[in-house]
Design a protein around this ligand. Structure first.
Ligand code: IPE
Ligand code: IPE
Ligand code: MG
Length: 246
């Protein structure tokens, strides 16, 4: 386990963001640098997710979202995609018991229609069995794309308009937000991307309108409590103006 560089007293007075979202990047490069296959990075990365859910919960974060598989990640080799989905299946099954024990409410976002029936069954069971938990809400984005999510929401809203159930004037920002996969979840306050790249890669495009972005070179398999606190400390120094003047 990591050596804590932050002590309990360092955390006193620190404003904890309500919603932290993470683009977990750098698994493949991390593994390759060790002479291992890329998929080894995903295996270790999934263990890091497991640990970070506990850390996020301990820190008092209310919503923790991770980007696990994008709508563009299907472009990868069949072998890599298949290892990723095996990991999701194993991890989500484990989470059913862990979520229950740790009072974590779990939710999957993304287009689930492309996932196989077995994985959909696990997802339904996970969401159903943790839905009344009152601790951390843990959101996992699988086959998720911001543009795809907005497109699906538009389709639903347009369908309601066509049926005469919704008037054009009823289409507000709030209505659009409610129709996204994240309906009911507050927008991320802090968006972290590991692995050195500084781009959004189709993640939470609508929801990140006013999120604070934090980039670090650490690859996801090396991410830990200290790295998360470092990001939160940086977040505390940001002046969020939301377009206003202070
Ligand atoms: C992030 O790590 C995990 C997924 C996108 C599934 P990568 O697999 O993108 O690792 P790099 O960026 O190639 O190192
Ligand atoms: C973003 O990482 C997607 C996930 C972390 C799941 P990518 O590695 O797919 O993004 P790009 O290709 O570098 O933009
Ligand atoms: Mg990557």
């Amino acid at each position: 386990m990591e050596k804590d560089i932050f002590k309990e007293e360092d955390l006193k007075g620190l404003k904890i963001p309500e919603h932290v979202a993470v683009i977990m990047d750098g698994n493949g490069r991390w593994a390759e640098a060790k002479g291992e296959p890329r998929t080894y990075g995903h295996t270790v990365g999934s263990e890091v997710v497991e640990h970070m859910v506990e850390v996020a919960s301990d820190l008092g974060i209310k919503y923790f979202t991770v980007y696990a598989f994008s709508t563009e990640n299907w472009k990868r080799s069949e072998g890599e995609v298949s290892v990723l989905f095996s990991l999701f299946s194993v991890y989500l099954k484990k989470l059913i018991e862990k979520g229950r024990k740790n009072n974590v409410r779990c939710k999957i976002i993304g287009d689930k229609t492309a996932l196989d029936d077995e994985l959909n069954k696990v997802i339904d069971e996970l969401e159903e069995s943790t839905k009344d938990n009152t601790g951390l809400t843990f959101i996992i984005a699988i086959n998720y794309g911001g543009r795809d999510e907005i497109t699906r929401a538009l389709r639903t809203i347009a369908g309601e308009v066509a049926k005469g159930n919704t008037d054009l004037s009823d289409i507000t920002e709030d209505l659009v937000s409610e129709h996204l996969d994240t309906g009911g979840i507050p927008d991320p306050d802090l968006l972290i991307r590991t692995g050195g790249e500084q781009r959004i890669s189709n993640f939470l495009l609508w929801q990140c309108a006013y999120s604070e972005f934090y980039y670090c070179d650490t690859c996801w398999p090396d991410f830990d409590r200290n790295e998360l606190i470092k990001a939160v400390v940086k977040y505390n120094k940001r002046d969020r103006r939301f377009g206003g003047v202070k």
